[in-house]
Design a protein around this ligand. Structure first.
Ligand code: HEC
Length: 217
């Protein structure tokens, strides 16, 4: 069977972007779940089509040439996707996604520009690079912060003062405060574990991708 993974990756990214773009144009004429089903089936149809092509089909050659782009695509798309985890899948698994706290309207399908500030502060503009300066040191510190979350009264970055409301992401959030009201599911209490090896909502690599995205906002 043909390896359609790169095609799949690129298309997922493409559809996600298309969904976001469409959203910004037409606000909310289609509910999240239906929209998602629609994109998923288009994706499926295209992958199925690619699988039927003969080996010497020019499309395959074109796709092969795009190969080096896929990783890059997935990296940027991946961070963005994880920032908004759940937004395009009717909030499945997205209870604690960054967007929920950092983007206005995120929880009710009318999100503003990513990270424009809601319960959590705005992450746009120079916010990240001022709070966590330096492409290497600052980047690592920001990754560390997102991994462990904030603690009440504990400083972070440059002049940051934690309130404890920012969860850590390299470990499973310990509790869903009021599941009946927020509809949060799948959030199970677990011991905080070594982010490099075990469990957690995101791996260290995931958080690095997310932070890369956040720093570009
Ligand atoms: C439950 C709500 C919540 C979620 C989910 C959340 N944050 Fe936060 N975040 C906060 C709050 C609140 C702060 C402010 C610090 C504090 O109050 O402790 C913050 C602060 C930050 C800061 C520091 C901003 C600054 O200028 O001080 C960054 C960076 C950040 N969050 C990134 C993220 C990323 C990336 C994610 C997703 C992986 C995320 N946050 C998910 C609530 C949240």
């Amino acid at each position: 069977m043909r390896d359609t993974k790169p095609v799949r990756k690129a298309l997922v990214c493409f559809f996600r972007r298309a969904a976001q773009f469409r959203e910004s144009l037409t606000a909310k004429d289609t509910p999240g779940d239906r929209r998602n089903t629609h994109y998923a089936s288009s994706l499926h149809a295209i992958v199925a089509y690619v699988e039927t092509l003969p080996d010497d089909h020019p499309t395959l050659e074109m796709l092969a040439q795009c190969d080096p782009l896929y990783d890059e695509l997935e990296r940027t798309c991946g961070g963005e996707a994880m920032f908004n985890l759940g937004y395009y899948s009717n909030y499945a698994g997205g209870a604690f996604a960054c967007g929920r706290c950092h983007t206005t309207g995120w929880s009710y399908d009318e999100k503003g520009p990513d990270g424009n500030g809601a319960l959590g502060p705005s992450l746009r503009g120079d916010v990240s690079t001022t709070r966590f300066p330096g492409p290497v040191v600052g980047f690592d510190q920001q990754v560390e912060f997102v991994c462990t979350g904030s603690e009440h009264g504990v400083r972070y970055g440059q002049n940051g003062q934690g309130t404890g409301r920012m969860p850590g992401f390299c470990q499973t959030p310990a509790e869903a405060p009021n599941p009946a009201e927020t509809g949060e599911v799948g959030v199970e209490a677990r011991e905080a574990s070594d982010p490099a090896t075990v469990g957690g909502m995101y791996s260290l690599e995931d958080v690095q991708e997310i932070v890369r995205y956040v720093r570009s906002l």
